[in-house]
Design a protein around this ligand. Structure first.
Ligand SMILES: Cc1cc2nc3c(=O)[nH]c(=O)nc-3n(C[C@H](O)[C@H](O)[C@H](O)COP(=O)(O)O)c2cc1C
Length: 359
């Protein structure tokens, strides 16, 4: 539990952060989405066991971003939060790691997966997977600077998986304590089908726990995939935005309890809560709507079979237009009592801006 962590001091072992029954779940870091408001909101739906911050960008003139820092210092969930870094400058990743340990973090996590070209071209995020020796040097300085768990979030390779075994060895040499594995290549973006056999390989070759990540859509599929791959647990991103009940549903299934089945009316309430936590008085109506759409693009995949909600929602400009669309699709004509779709519609076909550029 976060309360048990003291700044800069390692918990006895990462295992102490995992639940006694069932497997650990984590909310995947998502830039511009999983900041403090979303973390605190999802905690009320049944939090994951672990949180990861959006990445702190590391370069010589960078300073700790106070908004990302707030997701550590003001997190009300009581759950551990790992601070994620993206960068490759040895002196400054060490500086960030040292400075972040002044706060109540569960560990330092290195981003080795971001597929956005503007990021990987700088040889950071997913770009580092082209250079296992560089990963080794970055992890080495992080290891020396961390008096807390060191973890990585990685994809299986840059263009293909040929360096995967070597990269796993680099993790092991640097005593990485948790690997979150998004089972796609960097070049595969979000289009490629996740290749979970590499999760099996990581489980077999690493002594530390491995979290499976990538297209875990439902509580049932989380349990099936953990079972099939031997992963320690799951990390869930987009489906947790679509279905913030998913972590609770996983726990319910693991405990043999009846799983909550939220209705479209519940989804409407969730959207209202999102509006409340995301909107600031200083934001224009249009800006508020643009911010909400980042979330509704995912939530919309659970609303109607033809994607009409998504179509109409994307055309709204004001809060009142958006409220009208939400009420129509989620409450009118007795829809509020209909169960939401647990599987995303159209196989998670997000808009191009969410598939190519996002980390
Ligand atoms: C909008 C968006 C932002 C993301 N930002 C980050 C990030 O800051 N750090 C990171 O490691 N991964 C980031 N990711 C990748 C996710 O953490 C996760 O690996 C990916 O979405 C696959 O998991 P999912 O299928 O459960 O969504 C981002 C993904 C999305 C869609």
């Amino acid at each position: 539990m976060l309360a048990a962590l003291t700044p800069g001091v390692s918990p006895a072992s990462l295992g102490g952060l995992f639940p006694e029954v069932g497997f650990p779940t984590a909310l995947a870091p998502m830039q511009d989405v999983t900041g403090l408001p979303f973390m605190n909101l999802i905690a009320g739906f049944g939090p994951p066991d672990l949180f990861f911050t959006e990445y702190f960008r590391v370069h010589p003139s960078a300073r700790i971003d106070p908004s990302i820092l707030s997701s550590i210092t003001e997190n009300v969930s009581g759950k551990p939060v790992f601070a994620q870094l993206i960068g490759e400058d040895l002196e400054h990743v060490a500086r960030f790691a040292r400075e972040l340990q002044e706060y109540c973090i569960a560990g330092i996590d290195l981003n080795l997966g971001c597929p956005a070209p503007r990021v990987y071209r700088k040889n950071v995020g997913g770009g580092l997977l082209r250079d296992p020796d560089r990963i080794d040097r970055v992890l080495n300085v992080l290891r020396d600077s961390c008096n807390c768990p060191l973890t990585v979030k990685t994809r299986i390779g840059f263009e293909d998986h040929q360096d995967f075994s070597r990269i796993l060895k680099v993790f092991a040499q640097n005593e990485v304590e948790l690997v979150s594995l998004h089972a796609r290549t960097v070049k595969g973006g979000y289009r490629e089908t996740p290749q979970y056999d590499y999760v099996k390989q990581a489980v077999a070759e690493m002594d530390c726990p491995v979290l499976l990540n990538g297209d875990v859509h439902t509580a049932r599929s989380a349990i099936k995939l953990v079972d099939e791959t031997g992963a320690k647990g799951v990390m869930i991103g987009r489906s947790a935005i679509r279905n913030p009940w998913i972590f609770k549903q996983i726990r319910q299934l693991q405990n043999g309890e009846k799983m909550d089945r939220p209705t479209l009316g519940d989804v409407h309430l969730y959207i209202n809560q999102l509006c409340d936590v995301l909107s600031k008085d200083t934001m224009t109506d249009e800006k508020q709507v643009a911010r909400l759409k980042k979330f509704l693009n995912y939530i919309g995949l659970s609303v109607d079979l033809k994607g009409e909600f998504l179509f109409q929602m994307r055309r709204t400009r004001t809060r009142s237009e958006l409220d009208r669309v939400c009420r129509y699709f989620l409450l009118n004509d007795g829809r509020s009592d209909q169960p939401m779709h647990l599987e995303p519609l159209s196989n998670m076909a997000y808009r191009p801006s969410e598939t190519g550029a996002a980390c």
